[in-house]
Design a protein around this ligand. Sequence first.
Ligand code: PMP
Length: 397
Amino acid sequence: MATPTEPADPWRSRLSTRSRSQRSSAVRDLLRLVDRPEILSLAGGLPAGELFPVERLAGAAVDALEAAGPLGRRALQYGATDGEAEFLDWISARDGRPGTSSLVTTGSQQALDLVARVLIDPGDVVVAERPGYLGALQVFSSAGARVEGIEVDHDGLRTDLLGEALGAGLRPKLVYVVPEFQNPTGVVLAEARRVELLSLAERYGFLVVEDDPYGQLRFRGEVSTALGPRHDHVLRLASSSKVLAPGLRVGWCTGPSVVVQAMVVAKQATDLHTSTWCQRIVLECLSDETFMAAHLDSLRAVYSAREQALREALSGHLDVRPVDGGLFSWVDLGSGVDATAVLTAAIERGVAFVPGEAFDASGASNSCARLSFASLTPEQLVEAARRLVAALESSAP
Ligand code: PMP
């Protein structure tokens, strides 16, 4: 942003109205500082890089290059916009139901963008979890949606509050949920609430967008049943980012055919198709059941140990509720505490986290923080916890 002494860049006035209205937030500006090597970051949403299955991916990459198809070197050729046929078969065997279609996307983030493009007109209502995934809130807001946040508690989205809002006249085009190990709170949507959400979707005619990048990272407790394969009102999004590697940029979605076909047309104008080579690498790995079982076991064991290390290191200082999977813990830093102010003190002491206000569509400041335990070792997590407690003590009123 231009300071008073700096003239405004003349290109700014030429940006579209939509781009000009997108502003950097105070939290984002602070988080730009956390890439310094001395900072132990609990802020990133990144999976652990040392767990990427490099050898298996390299083998699959070579296999894909060597496979020829009717169009020649298939992995390096243009492909269909909806995705490689074998990949689409694999997706629909898992998530499909009558009347649905599937689409391979450039990460599940692209599916969020496409769904907003094909469903949202400016002023339409979207319901999202509060707190909720920042990347989705941004997509819906920049499509012109009015984002209504509905509170999340330890059992996920408060479907009772959603029911009340609908009863009072709220008419969303879609309700966006992350039912497994939600970003940012790590909670799972309880089964009774899943049933209630689906029945509200049917009654009020909205689409449920089920975003599930973390479901396979369960390290404790019972597996829940996904929403997509059991109801017509669901568009289910999944991704290889957290189970293989995010740099591949391969995600997919399945849902009502009319919606998915409209997304295919929108995707064609965006990037023609998701990388053919990456789709073939991902498909080879995901369909190798022996490899995936062992790989997921090792991811779960590492994340479980890290989650426990952080929780135990903070116990006695902060009440971190155990999570059963995923990458995130959520903690209340104490009533009346402004988490964004604590972040400034934390960065000075060499630790970072994401303050709760980043996950609230209204941007209201609050006392909560998202702590990612995924990409630091248990020893680093213990040190990060020590620095966080010191920052908190130093910023106490
Ligand atoms: N949804 C959620 C809830 C996420 O946390 C993320 C990434 N952090 C994404 C979608 C995007 O993932 P990707 O595009 O890598 O599949």
